[in-house]
Design a protein around this ligand. Structure first.
Ligand code: ADP
Length: 499
């Protein structure tokens, strides 16, 4: 086995950092993982320690490579995938961050986004970036650091500082500070990258008052990003692939044809449809984003982002102490025939697509004297189906394609009740692949492509295997009755909230 080439995928997520070793036939050989802390210094602020992100990455890579026999010599390439939008500024000489990483969930720039929206800039920004004004994206986070941390703006203007999302920061460290680059999917989440012209947009840089000197070079998803510093692994290893987590999952799920959809259920839920070679702005406040770019050819996707999915289950476990393990939610949900008219809208950090109401907060409605824990748990799992249906209707209209099936992945798809309800609510088959680590798999595919382990992207489709398929079972009238109840719950929440 030691002579066979392997691919090392780094999956740097919001709550953990993983290193996964894949064979050249895309089987998982080994996994190492480390939990990553989130810090909440003020209400609505979410930060992480960039140095911990880098140290954890190095640690899990060493652990996975040195686990049994050393695999370092066999690694043909490294692929990186990452939590998107999270913003880091660091000193180009020392590598020291000037401020903690501002995490994608951070809402400190809510007001700034509202002001820009009120000034009427949003249509221009959407036409160029495919995005909306929301604190979620990097631009207002970068501007916040430049404006609030003493001396940072002048250092940035002098070219002393580098900005990067987590992929870019890791690449910089992996290459010993030699390469400051990112890929189109990560660049596209900054609000500064024009995804139609495929370059940093001078007008947007002016709008957000961000100096171009801090920006990385933008490359294809499969590209020669650089070699690792020999000090790290004893030899230089090519870094051949890079993509934001949701784009990597789209690749891992082999959604290479227009109309194919993947939906990932982790902390949040992100559904992406491949829409082919033409940029189409959304008519439903979804996002248009690069699916991937290979050999300079961009394929676009429509994306629906829901901020809270599995996090609602975590909340029921940790705050309401309804159960000890997330997996126990399945038996509880199945212990009752229905949710007893309870609806759970898990808008803990505002409502994402297609509503985009950052100021709204969550709600459990329809409580009566005979409501039990089981009903609330069931409603939390059903919410995943309703939220996805909200998205899918909009995605299909925007993308101009009817999705035949939906390929799912992420921690929550271990829950069979959730997957069945999803199929019932979407009225579509829901497919679970044999390897549900779709994100890391996507990074591995990109890296393998660059070093010639695969002929082309399509060739990797041969290795996709389905583990389970859930087909719709409920009657049309029941499906629509349940969904109408969700719509009513969401509308009452939107009306009740001023933001
Ligand atoms: P992330 O990559 O965003 O950290 P994961 O894909 O690892 O998330 O998924 C973890 C999430 O899935 C957690 O929020 C957890 O509550 C939820 N989860 C895991 N297993 C189950 C299960 N069997 N039933 C319901 N939720 C689950």
């Amino acid at each position: 086995m030691n002579n066979q080439p392997v691919i090392l995928a780094i999956d740097q997520g919001t709550t953990s950092t993983r290193a996964i070793l894949f064979s050249a036939t895309l089987e998982i050989l080994a996994v190492q993982q480390k939990e990553l802390k989130l810090h909440y210094p003020h209400k609505g602020w979410v930060e992480q320690n960039p140095e911990a992100i880098w140290q954890d990455t190095l640690e899990v890579c060493h652990a996975v490579l040195e686990h049994n026999v050393s695999m370092v010599g066999s690694v043909a390439a490294i692929g990186i995938t990452n939590q998107r939008e999270t913003t880091i500024l660091w000193d180009r000489k020392t590598g020291k961050p000037v401020y903690p990483a501002i995490v994608w969930q951070d809402r400190r720039t809510d007001i700034g986004c509202e002001q820009l929206k009120a000034q009427g800039y949003e249509p221009m920004v959407t036409a160029r970036t495919g995005l909306l004004f929301d604190p979620y994206f990097s631009a207002t986070k970068i501007a916040w650091i430049l404006d609030n941390i003493e001396g940072v703006r002048s250092r940035a203007m002098r070219g002393e500082l580098a900005f990067g999302t987590v992929d870019c920061y890791l690449l910089w460290h992996l290459t010993g500070g030699k390469v400051h680059a990112t890929d189109v999917t990560n660049a596209a989440r900054t609000l500064l990258f024009n995804i139609v012209e495929q370059k940093w947009d001078a007008d947007l840089l002016t709008l957000f008052d961000i100096p171009e000197a801090i920006l990385p070079e933008v490359r294809d998803n499969a590209a020669r990003f650089g070699m690792t510093d020999r000090v790290l692994f004893g030899r230089g290893i090519p870094i051949g692939g890079m993509a934001g987590d949701q784009h990597a999952a789209l690749i891992g799920q082999r959604c290479f044809r227009p109309g194919m959809v993947k939906s990932t259920y982790g902390t949040g839920c992100f559904a992406l449809m491949n829409i082919g070679l033409d940029f189409k702005p959304s008519q439903h406040r979804l996002l248009t984003t690069p699916a991937y770019r290979l050999n300079g050819k961009m394929v676009y996707a429509i994306e629906g982002s829901i901020f809270i999915a599995g996090a609602a289950i975590q909340w029921l476990r940790d705050e309401l102490e309804f159960f000890q393990e997330a997996a126990a939610s399945e038996a509880l949900a199945l212990s009752v025939p229905d949710s007893n008219e309870v609806y759970f809208v898990p808008a803990f950090t505002g409502l994402g697509a297609p509503y985009w109401r950052p100021g709204v907060r969550g709600m459990i409605s329809g409580l009566s004297r005979d409501t039990t824990r089981a009903h609330i748990v069931r409603a939390a799992l059903e919410a995943q189906g309703y939220q996805t249906r909200d998205l899918m209707e909009a995605i299909e209209e925007d993308g101009g394609h009817h999705a035949e099936t939906i390929r799912v992945d992420g921690g929550l798809v271990a829950n069979k009740f959730m997957c069945q309800f999803l199929a019932d609510m979407l009225n579509k088959p829901v497919e679970v692949p044999r390897i549900t680590e779709a994100t890391a798999l996507g990074a591995a595919i990109l890296a393998g492509l660059t070093v010639g382990l695969f002929v082309d992207l399509e060739a990797t489709g041969d290795y996709w295997q389905r583990d389970k398929i859930y087909t719709p079972t409920i009657a049309e009238t029941e499906r629509e009755r349940l969904y109408a109840g969700w719509k009513t719950a969401v509308q009452s929440l939107l009306h009740a909230s001023r933001n």
